[in-house]
Ligand binder design. Structure first.
Ligand code: WQD
Length: 332
């Protein structure tokens, strides 16, 4: 019996594989290395001391998925595989729709064929669009404001309708806020292929001199210091949320959504200041124009995950900044 982890070589996927193995689970991983590297698979085995089957395949390839289910007794699936860059999705919407939707459709068809009806899906706070108020709860209005977010919302709706058609399904939709940080070993962390879009990878580039200055996108928002506020969550806390969700889909059917966040908001300048203080490095930055589509504030109410999954984020912003920098220093 094993949990299939799609996209298991990626940033959140690899950290989740480690916590699943540490929790005694058996796993099987599929990844096509579009936004990850083969080394991640070796490091997961090195860090945990445990082995597992790995398939270098694309989740859009239904025959490859069928082979995995034929060769392994897959009892649950965590579906991370998908393109995730908001900016890229605005430039290449059809590529995002094709990949993110087709991979999920292929996966669900093969799961149905093999009678595997327990799924944890990697959703995103982006399905809330620009929230009308904060903190954000799971009951709030859903709306997509970019093609990436649209794919996540469409897949959530697909899952809700699948459950409505067959009540044997157990699906947990996990809405991530802003994952940052790295494993305490410093051996794995956020290592995107290409140019990053998110704040922390860009802070790390500025801190390591790979980028001259960081642009702070706007300081005229209606927030305490004028810069945008987000709910940053340590990637290991996020990984542990998936371990809790796997236990949950084993116990009850349904298709609930859960916010995986800390419930606390930090501004861009607060993150920069925390990073500088914890790591003793200076982050050269300039105030630049607002980035289109940014919400002034977006942070979670994570109470439902605490109540139903028995999960809460435990790592604070200092540890997120320390672990992020530790990974860069260990892999310079
Ligand atoms: C955070 C804040 C920027 C870069 C996105 C996706 C979301 C999820 C997480 C996948 C914002 C500011 C950033 C920079 C800056 N991804 N910033 N200078 O936009 O909250 O969420 O990533 O699920 O779906 O939407 O994260 O890290 O891009 O930005 O000032 O060079 O940092 O304006 O306020 P975001 P982010």
């Amino acid at each position: 019996m094993a949990v299939l982890v799609t996209g298991g070589a990626g940033y959140i996927g690899s950290h989740t594989c480690i916590e699943l193995l540490n929790a005694g689970e058996d796993i099987v991983v599929i990844d096509n290395f579009y936004n990850s590297k083969p080394r991640a698979i070796e490091l997961i085995k090195e860090i945990t001391g445990r082995d597992f089957a790995f398939y270098e395949n694309d989740c859009c390839d239904e025959s490859a998925l069928d082979r995995i289910f034929a060769e392994n007794f897959i009892t649950e699936v965590i579906h991370f595989a998908g393109y995730k860059a908001v900016g890229e999705s605005c430039l290449k919407p059809v590529m995002y729709y094709e990949n993110n939707l087709q991979s999920t459709i292929s996966l669900l068809k093969v799961m149905q064929k093999y009678g595997c009806k327990k799924l944890v899906f990697s959703s995103s706070a982006t399905v809330y669009g620009i929230p009308a108020k904060v903190p954000v709860t799971e009951k709030m209005k859903l709306s997509a404001i970019n093609p990436y977010g649209s794919t996540k919302l469409i897949i959530e709706n697909m899952c809700r309708e699948l459950y409505a058609s067959d009540k044997e399904w157990s699906i947990a939709l996990l809405r991530y806020f802003n994952p940052i940080g790295a494993h305490e070993s410093g051996k794995i962390g956020e290592d995107p292929n290409g140019i990053p879009n998110n704040l922390m990878p860009l802070i790390l580039r500025a801190a390591s001199g790979k980028m001259a200055t960081l642009s702070v996108f706007g300081n005229d928002y209606p927030t305490p210091d004028g810069t945008c506020v987000r709910d940053y969550i340590h990637v290991v806390d996020l990984a542990l949320g998936h371990v809790a969700a796997i236990k949950s889909v084993r116990k009850e059917t349904g298709c609930p959504a859960y916010n995986l966040g800390t419930g606390k908001g930090y501004s861009v300048l607060e993150i920069i200041n925390a990073f500088e203080k914890v790591n003793g490095v200076k982050i050269p930055y300039v105030i630049a124009a607002r980035r289109p589509g940014d919400a002034a504030e977006c942070y979670s109410n994570p109470d439902l995950a605490k109540k139903k999954l028995g999960w809460t984020a435990e790592r604070g912003i200092e540890q997120m900044c320390r672990d992020s920098w530790n990974y860069i220093k260990n892999n310079a």
